[in-house]
Design a binder for this molecule. Structure first.
Ligand SMILES: Nc1ncnc2c1ncn2[C@@H]1O[C@H](COP(=O)(O)OP(=O)(O)OP(=O)(O)O)[C@@H](O)[C@H]1O
Ligand SMILES: [Cu+]
Length: 625
């Protein structure tokens, strides 16, 4: 009577009776249940228990008891075993499907690769498979063709659609000297480029590797679930035994009914949804960001983003375009520029590049300096035409007097957001060069978006205070820390960490230590390889608004993980007393089959909730020009 009531939803008998049920269930148990029992025993041997342990114990108890009951002519419940195995298996099939769809992000990226390319060999163009391209190969690209590998244009020009790699929808104009990225698509122009990165070094391969790694990484929160699952299973088995004893010994139900309660407990308590909560959300979240050109390296970063309080930006190349230009020269222009160019010819600083460009544009003749010495955060000095010469900021001029007239010119230029360097010979300043690096078009909107999220924004720079302040005001940054030596940037990040978690955004030119010191290092993809290694998040596009998008996506993903965990847990905890028959007397019970179905559904709902992350709305980063 009791059995019929618990099994009501599925409580029908097959024609042919118990023997038919026995035969059919045996087949199900061997084919479908076998794998569960196998992994459960393997885990048991290693003193582990997992979700398969519970499925295996639950179903084999039901099966073995039913065989015994059949032989001794008592009521059987073969169908419980068969249904539970079937539901769990079906659940796994659906779940696998969804997971595959979700992880497609990586496959789609891999498929972007071009298959072949037209390479110039011995002066003649030949079509070769991408795998046969070697470094330095000259590759011809016709209109509409896919670019095979990374390289630099040596002839021709075009507009290129880079959206597949960067997520940037506007095609970019490219001319001789510009770099092109493999897997992007050529527009209407034709050009030839030199292969500079092939195989696993191409941008696409690196993105794929990063995303793969992220999708298989762990979030610290997962450690908690693993721990819970580990103690959960033995506890559940104990509860199941207790359930049986209470029903059989104290309440006086039949063995069969008592066993059914116990089996339901084991099945409903299976924590598979709990195990899916984190990895599925992580996979979908990182996949979606990757499509937007935001590479989140692992689950740890995702969690750290959650309570970032301050976002610190590097100035040059991060807030600004990073292509500084000489705007003013004070003093005898050609002498000042000639000396400066002689010195800067050996420097790799962005300011040096600006001065060199100006000297070249002006067709100046100069000789390369000797005894070159670069002083980090200050400038450079060397010997030019037998005399000691220098280019740099005030810190470099310890014992050189600055004429009042020059100083006032300097102040005026700095207020216009121009970086001013002194050019001098022996112990005298002979002129000034003012260099301007405009903010990126999107910087202002990016800062605004972050501020409206309640984050504090800070600019950290080696440049002078007045210039830094002027640039900061142009884009709306809250606080400026100027005159910071490259070696002190990490310390500065640390000092902000006393008030909460810090994200640092930089391009890796003199700020790699700061990137790795910050709780969340965000590297501009246009930056150096070191930056990409030191950052926890890499922005493929050069758009600062992606900082906000990255923070939001990380947050959304992390919140989804928490939501998943909550539901998975609630389901297990609430399900157990129902399955144990606590509410039997008000007519609420859970047969093993229903428990199996509920478990499968709960796993599916967790996976669905993760997949829905793909659809989660993002707030449009404030569209202020
Ligand atoms: N090669 C150089 N030529 C002239 N001045 C230099 C040179 N290198 C450094 N300086 C001086 O030192 C300052 C600080 O340089 P540093 O490289 O630390 O920062 P930055 O690149 O200007 O800015 P950021 O810290 O935002 O990247 C420069 O603003 C400049 O005044
Ligand atoms: Cu399960």
């Amino acid at each position: 009577m009791l059995i019929e009531m618990i099994l009501k939803p599925f409580g029908w008998m097959l024609p042919g009776g118990e023997l038919t049920m026995f035969a059919l269930t045996t087949i199900v148990m061997i084919i479908a249940g076998g794998p569960f029992i196998k992994t459960a025993t393997a885990a048991f041997k290693k003193h582990h228990s997992n979700m398969d342990t519970l499925v295996a114990i639950g179903t084999s108890t039901a099966y073995i008891y039913s065989v015994y009951a059949m032989l001794t002519h008592q009521p059987v419940f073969f169908e419980s075993a068969a249904f539970v195995v079937t539901f769990v298996l079906l659940g796994q099939v659906f779940e696998e499907r969804m997971r595959n769809n979700a992880s497609n992000a990586v496959e789609k990226l891999v498929n972007l690769q071009a298959k072949d390319a037209e390479v110039i060999r011995d002066g003649k163009p030949v079509k070769v498979p991408v795998s046969e391209i070697v470094l330095g190969d000259l590759i011809r690209v016709r209109p509409g063709e896919k670019i095979a590998v990374d390289g630099q244009i040596v002839e021709g020009s075009s507009t290129i659609d880079e959206s597949m790699v960067t997520g940037e929808s506007m095609p970019t104009n490219k001319k001789v000297g510009d770099s092109v990225v493999g897997a992007t698509v050529n527009g209407t122009g034709a050009f030839t480029f030199k292969a500079t990165k092939i195989g696993k070094n191409t941008m696409l391969s690196q993105i794929v590797a990063l995303v793969k790694k992220a999708q298989n990484s762990h979030a610290p929160i997962q450690g908690l679930t693993d721990k819970v699952a580990n103690i959960f299973v033995p506890v559940v088995i104990m509860v199941a035994v207790l359930t049986f004893l209470i029903w059989y010994v104290f309440i006086g139900a039949s063995i069969a009914s008592s066993l059914i309660f116990a089996v339901s407990v084991v099945v409903i308590a299976c924590p598979c949804a709990l195990g899916l909560a984190t990895p599925t959300a992580l996979m979908v979240g990182t996949g979606r960001s990757a499509r937007m050109g935001i590479l989140i390296k692992n689950g740890e970063v995702l969690e750290a983003v959650n309570d970032v309080k301050t976002v610190i930006f590097d100035k040059t190349g991060t807030i600004t375009v990073g292509k500084p230009q000489v705007t003013d020269v004070i003093g005898d222009t050609s002498t000042v520029l000639k000396i400066a160019a002689s010195l800067e010819a050996s420097s790799e600083h962005p300011l040096a590049a600006a001065i060199m460009k100006k000297a070249k544009d002006d067709d100046l003749k100069f000789t390369k300096a000797t005894n070159f010495k670069a002083i980090q955060g200050k400038g450079v000095e060397a010997t030019v035409a037998g005399k000691h010469a220098f280019v740099g900021n005030e810190k470099l001029l310890a014992d050189v007097a600055i004429q009042a007239e020059i100083r006032s010119k300097m102040t005026t230029l700095q207020k216009e957001a121009k970086t001013v360097v002194f050019v001098g010979q022996e112990n005298q300043v002979i002129g000034l060069i003012a260099i301007q690096d405009a903010p990126k078009k999107t910087s202002k909107a990016a800062i605004h978006a972050l501020k409206s999220r309640g984050l504090k924004t800070v600019m950290l720079t080696g440049d002078n205070e007045a210039v830094a302040r002027a640039v900061a005001d142009q884009v709306g940054i809250d606080q400026v820390v100027a005159d910071v030596l490259p070696s002190d940037k990490a310390d500065q990040v640390r000092s902000f960490q006393t008030t909460g978690r810090v994200a640092f955004v930089g391009d890796g030119i003199n700020d790699a230590p700061a990137l790795s010191t910050a709780d969340v290092g965000i590297a501009m993809g246009s930056g150096t390889d070191i930056a990409i290694e030191s950052g926890g998040i890499v922005l493929v596009k050069n758009d600062l608004r992606d900082v906000d998008r990255a923070l939001e996506l990380s947050r959304k993903t992390f919140n989804r993980i928490k939501l998943n965990l909550f539901w998975a847990f609630v389901y297990n905890v609430l399900g157990i007393p129902v399955a144990a028959g606590v509410f039997y007397f008000i007519g609420l019970t859970l047969s093993p089959e229903l428990a199996g179905l509920a478990m499968a559904l709960s796993s599916l709902s967790v996976v669905t909730s993760s997949v829905l992350l793909n659809k989660a709305k993002l707030t449009p980063s404030a569209q202020i020009a």
